[in-house]
Design a binder for this molecule. Structure first.
Ligand SMILES: C[S@@+](CC[C@H](N)C(=O)[O-])C[C@H]1O[C@@H](n2cnc3c(N)ncnc32)[C@H](O)[C@@H]1O
Length: 270
């Protein structure tokens, strides 16, 4: 390569890597309990969580950020919100659009970065986002952006977790599961995430803001710094996890119940 053709630095950044990673994960995303919903019991538990923090939809505009295959978008649509889903993986968006078509639902999906939505100021009553915050590159800038697109008095609902710090109980359960698998007591757990992507996942995780794990209190603190008020952390996701557990192995369900998973609701001041 001549000097003129040499590249200086990268023109493929962390955000591109995150996009590429999820585009590969898209195809099998809905096969996992915890992603797609597999029972009316779980659907109802999600509905209750949404209603508890956001109230009834009543045709109000809602933005589902990092909408993926649109699981949350459909819950919001069912709850009566007028939903727009944003994601930056075209593969995810194609699946989301196909699902809305199959269900005959009118949900808008657009390609955009949740950190720079391109949506107009003060245009949404509600923002909802599940399993995005842990992977944000710049959450402070992002929360300021969400504040901008919310109407005064609008609400934000985050559903996320710390998937990095594994507590003693969860470590023990995982060791028992590995042992039970080794001695043939249980079948190996089916993973819908390709094993060859595990390294990429670690590499991405090591570079994001919450590389040490997205603890609810740290996320809440950043939300307050961005100007959100009435920031409430809700750890009561038991009904959702109990419903998911019926579609998971005993060990996986037990581990999930021990993880630091949460919802956070916050309000833009009037
Ligand atoms: C774990 S999936 C969650 C999908 C969906 N929220 C759900 O809970 O079913 C993460 C999604 O976030 C999207 N994503 C990650 N970072 C994003 C960003 N900065 N802006 C928009 N989408 C993003 C990915 O493309 C992927 O669809």
């Amino acid at each position: 390569m001549t000097a003129t053709h040499q590249t200086h630095g990268k023109n493929y950044n962390l955000r591109d890597e995150i996009k590429a990673y999820w585009s590969i994960r898209a195809e099998k995303f809905d096969l996992s309990p915890g992603h797609e919903i597999f029972s009316e019991e779980e659907r109802q538990a999600w509905r209750n969580l949404i209603e508890k923090h956001l109230g009834p939809g009543n045709g109000r505009p809602a933005l589902d950020l990092a909408s993926g295959t649109a699981v949350i978008s459909h819950l919001m649509d069912d709850a009566g919100f007028r939903v727009t889903g944003l994601d930056w993986s075209e593969t995810m968006l194609a699946l989301a659009r196909a699902k809305a078509k199959t269900r005959g639902r009118d949900i808008t999906f657009r390609m955009a970065d949740a950190e720079n939505t391109m949506e107009p100021d003060g245009s949404y009553d509600v923002i909802v986002t599940r399993h995005l915050v842990w992977t944000l590159v710049d959450p402070a800038a992002c929360f300021a952006e969400w504040m901008r697109v919310l109407k005064p008095g609008g609400r934000l609902l985050i559903v996320d977790g710390d998937f990095v710090n594994v507590g003693f109980g969860e470590r023990l359960v995982k060791k028992l599961a590995a042992l039970a698998e080794r001695i043939g007591l249980i079948k190996p757990e089916i993973s819908h995430a390709p094993v060859e992507l595990a390294g990429k996942h670690e590499e991405i995780l090591s570079q994001v803001h919450f590389s040490g794990g997205a603890r609810a209190e740290d996320v809440a603190q950043l939300l307050r710094q961005a100007g959100f008020e009435a920031v409430q952390i809700d750890h009561d996701l038991r009904k959702i996890h109990r419903a998911q557990a019926r579609h998971l192995s005993f060990f996986k369900a037990t581990a999930r119940g021990l993880q630091h998973r949460y919802a956070i609701c916050a309000t833009k001041p009037l």
